[in-house]
Design a binder for this molecule. Structure first.
Ligand SMILES: [Zn+2]
Length: 109
């Protein structure tokens, strides 16, 4: 999937949640996990071109693992678990790609 298609898919999901009229989108914030294989600046540029006059914030989320044995969350580069030494972990953060916030203003119909 190209970055443009990814951006369009994100916006389709967003528009489905917004009112159809009486609302003007002013800004969106997107979270991109560090483990997601895409260029955040490039994604931001595409979103800006798809959303003229809308403020686009792209935040890169650090990769965090969650220990399956003791529940601790720790940076991926400290693997295995610095608390209990367990190698059993799952990705808690860093795999996300989503619009986490959208804000706007109501406009006269
Ligand atoms: Zn642990």
């Amino acid at each position: 999937m190209s970055l443009t298609e990814i951006a369009r898919e994100l916006l389709d999901g967003l528009h489905a949640q917004l009112p159809e009229s009486g609302f003007r989108l002013v800004g969106v914030e997107v979270h991109v996990g560090k483990m997601v294989d895409l260029d955040p600046e490039h994604l931001r540029a595409i979103l800006c071109s798809l959303l003229p006059r809308v403020e686009v914030q792209v935040t890169v989320v650090d990769a965090l693992l969650k220990c399956k044995d003791c529940g601790a969350e720790y940076p991926a580069d400290e693997h295995p678990c610095p608390v209990c030494g367990s190698p059993n972990a799952e990705l808690a953060h860093g795999g996300e790609l989503q619009i986490v916030r959208a804000w706007g203003e109501t406009i006269e119909a």
